[in-house]
Design a protein around this ligand. Sequence first.
Ligand SMILES: [Mn+2]
Length: 377
Amino acid sequence: MRFFHIGDLHLGKKIYDFSMIDDQKYILTQILKRAEDEHIDAILISGDVYDKGVPPVEAVRLLDEFLTELSQRKISIFMIAGNHDSSYRLDFGSRLFGENKIHICGSYQGRLDPIIFQDEFGEIGVYLLPFVKPALVSPFFQEDIPTYQRAVELTLQETNLKKERRNILLAHQFVTWHGIAEQSDSETYSLGGLDEVDASVFFDFDYVALGHLHSPQRIGKDEIRFAGSPLAYSFSEIRRKKSITMVELKEKGDIKLDFIPLLPKRPLREIKGPLCSLVDAARLEGGSEDYIRGILTDAKLLNDPMGQLRSLYPNIMTIEMQAQESHVEKEFPYSAEDTSPQELFQLFFERQNHREMDEMQKQAAQKAWEGLEGVVE
Ligand SMILES: [Mn+2]
């Protein structure tokens, strides 16, 4: 069996109010093309299919199109819900779709039965464990479930895994190895590791297709891995290459992994420097449709920097003033009683700009103060 493992599609996601739908369509088309080239038997989608429980229409249509195209190429689909998905909505039609080799599991129903996939080496059990938390699992068990770890352990105990057979699991959890995994800003923030599940609970499976963390990575061993999101969904992810994980499973114990790089339509990237040099560089480059975070190192106030950059980078998402941000000191050792407003303003200016006011600025400030006479005592 040869399959693709992907996850965290977050269809319908917006970043800084920019809809990612075109970029998602582009990347799914790329995945489809590669699926054809590689003649895969199946695709595993490990949760966070949508970005929101109630996704926008264009996201639903995009998934519908993607699954239909895969299905028309006789590629089996295994898909689970992640923490961003509405489990019951994702379950819609799943019993009917199963007959067309589209296997979807949105909600945990107290059992984890395998879907049997047959290849020339025999049977493969594919287990679909959607995102679970203690409260979702406890109705099915006669015990208190204090942790995510225990919740996952209990769901797996029920499987009576046939170890002589090859077994694959899809899961969407915050899986770590002795508390370690690489996180990024676009994931749901994890509080103090309460939701962590140690990779050791999955060691009996031949391959574990994880979703949740957006950086592709192995956890504990090569065959337990996060595919990562197919696109960078935050600027913290831009240095990590995105990929499809391709897995070839032959006889029990014979497994080969490969990584197919994914290239976005418009990458997220950072530009950094004084505004004028960024503008000059962009003019030379002829502008760009990339998603940009501008980090401006100017010390002085700028006239509409966003507008200036947007005319060259129509998809600029955010700008930050680094010079001012990184040097702000919290303490201000002057009291308002002992210092005149004029002096306080001068001190404020120096702290913000790391230099004294020049003559012109002093005069301008003086003029302003005179205008306020009688207003400020
Ligand atoms: Mn996610």
